[in-house]
Design a binder for this molecule. Structure first.
Ligand code: DHB
Length: 330
């Protein structure tokens, strides 16, 4: 039997494929839908202290309906619409209940994107406390988002290396005893010296995983019919996703895997089919998130991409992902 099982820190996942934080993971209905799907994890939308409506106007566009394009490209400037962190903390008992009902074991990861260090400390502290009463019953992790490009007036923290280190110093003063795994979501890096600098900073802390990459920030897509950008906030600038960003995401997975030996890498960016997931794992990813394609195809993408990945593995006589993880040939 070919297996897609994997580990992230101490989590054992039945499938190495799961949703990226962003599309269709904001409401209880969407999160329960992910729980019932073949996604290996339920990952929430990035949450803030207070609920947010996000940016105004048309704020998401993708090329899936454009018959003249073979590639898939998305742009978004959502501006962190979410129901506030307590909503995602309250999902812990709800997912536990669902797990009992269905007899399924599936980890839940809360994406945290507080607007300040103080907000993040409060959110993480509360998740830790709430998890205490569900200690062994459901696995709960945190993916701290250090790379949202779309909040008006705020830059991406992980591009400021000094601030990144100070931030992580603050976070790791917290007691996170009941949080099963802790990781950070990074923006794409393009300069080789930056991978080394960031890896040096990250390796000072007990981080279980990093997710590479968030969307490529502040891109611009234009509608040639109207001569306008396809989205409205921030003069049309937004985070780019879809197959277009795969070379950048693969390079980020590959470079960080070489530099960080005790941290699992989660690949994210440009995964539309089994081959894309295979390539991420070959570069060193322990698991692979699906963003734009999940937005376009819904939870069926996990079944289809799993099937395609298994077909590739069978054609190469691999029985599990450890047999080719990080084994890109030179
Ligand atoms: C949003 C976009 C991101 O890329 C991210 O990491 C978090 C939030 C958003 O605009 O909602």
């Amino acid at each position: 039997m070919t297996s897609l099982e994997t580990h992230i820190g101490k989590f054992k996942l039945n499938s190495c494929l799961y949703n990226a934080s962003g599309p269709k993971c904001t409401t209880e209905e969407e999160l329960l839908n992910l729980f019932e799907s073949t996604s290996g994890v339920v990952l929430s939308k990035s949450c803030t202290l207070e609920p947010r409506d996000g940016n105004k106007g048309i704020r998401y566009w993708d090329s899936s309906k454009d018959i003249n394009r073979w590639d898939l490209i998305s742009i978004n400037s959502m501006g962190l619409p979410n129901n506030g962190y307590l909503y995602y903390v309250d999902m812990i008992p709800k997912l536990y209940e669902k797990a009992q009902l269905l007899g399924i074991r599936k980890p839940y990861i809360i994406s945290v994107a507080g607007l300040s260090l103080e907000d993040n400390l409060k959110i993480i502290e509360t998740i830790n406390q709430s998890k205490k009463s569900f200690h062994t019953l459901i696995e709960v992790g945190i993916e701290l988002n250090l790379s949202c490009p779309n909040v008006i007036g705020k830059g991406q923290l992980a591009y400021d290396f000094y601030a990144l280190e100070k931030y992580l110093d603050g976070i790791f003063k917290l007691d996170m005893k009941y949080i099963d795994i802790f990781g950070v979501k990074l923006p794409p890096y393009f300069e080789l010296s930056h991978f080394e600098t960031v890896a040096k900073i990250l390796s000072q802390y007990p981080i279980d995983f990093i997710t590479c990459i968030n969307s490529i920030g502040n891109g611009l897509v234009i509608d040639v019919e109207t001569d306008k950008p396809v989205i409205e906030p921030k003069n049309g600038l937004g985070g780019i996703g879809g197959s277009l960003i795969k070379p950048t995401s693969l390079a980020n997975v590959y470079n960080f895997k070489k530099l960080l030996h005790n941290i699992d890498i989660i690949g994210c960016g440009g995964v539309t089919c089994g081959r894309d997931a295979f390539e991420h794992i070959l570069c060193g990813a322990s698991a692979v998130q699906i963003g734009t394609q999940y937005m376009v195809e819904n939870v069926g993408c996990f079944d289809r991409i799993s099937k395609e990945l298994i077909e590739i593995m069978e054609s190469k006589h691999y029985k599990n992902i450890e047999e080719f993880k990080g084994k890109l040939l030179q």
